[in-house]
Design a protein around this ligand. Structure first.
Ligand SMILES: [Zn+2]
Length: 196
């Protein structure tokens, strides 16, 4: 399957990956979640999961390509709906920053807005890809680009709504596609000091 053109939204997981791969992803996702819960801090891994996730990463890169930034700071994001559903949908977004004086629109927030519009009830996985940069809000330097302070506050708010859970996985892919970080929303919020 070639992903040259921007996919129609929302697309779904089974048509993107094929049913066999979706079932594997669900199984691996459950294992991964269990594993993450048993560790104290976020971790960076290059695992066979990379192979499994490679199609999703391709899709994130497509959204990244559609980003618009006057300083070439391009970010793509996709959200995967509740993996317990028979055919989870995928919602994508690209960041937009026209010039120094306009409000930036983050890729994650644009994808979240799309998910809400389409009456998505729960998101299982968030995948983003963008160049790493110093986090002004928390002061952290991370190996991959984490959602910004504004996005993190939005995620925190959405936990109350139920759209995002503390156990929602956040996968942040390096633009080189050679490594990525996996953490839960809870770990992300703790790391950057949003929750104690
Ligand atoms: Zn953001």
């Amino acid at each position: 399957m070639k992903l040259k053109n921007k996919p129609k939204n929302p697309t779904d997981l089974r048509s993107l990956l094929g049913s066999g791969l979706v079932d594997t992803l669900v199984k691996r996702w459950l294992i991964l979640q269990y594993f993450i819960k048993s560790t104290a801090s976020p971790f960076v891994r290059i695992t066979p999961l990379l192979k499994l996730l490679s199609r999703l990463f391709m899709l994130v890169k497509v959204y990244r390509r559609y980003a618009y930034s006057y300083r070439n700071f391009r970010v793509g994001a996709i959200l995967i709906e509740d993996l317990n559903l028979p055919n989870p949908r995928i919602f994508g977004g690209s960041n937009v920053k026209l010039n120094l004086y306009t409000q930036p629109q983050c890729a994650e927030l644009r994808a979240l807005a799309k998910a809400r519009r389409q009456k998505c009830k729960k998101i299982s996985i968030i995948i983003t890809c963008g160049p790493p940069q110093h986090d002004d809000r928390s002061g952290n330097d991370t190996l991959t680009l984490h959602p910004c302070g504004y996005c993190r506050e939005t995620l925190r708010h959405l936990i109350k709504e139920g759209l995002v859970g503390l156990d929602t996985l956040v996968v942040t892919l390096h633009p080189s596609r050679t490594f990525f970080e996996v953490q839960t929303v809870e770990q992300l919020l703790r790391l950057h000091g949003h929750i104690k």
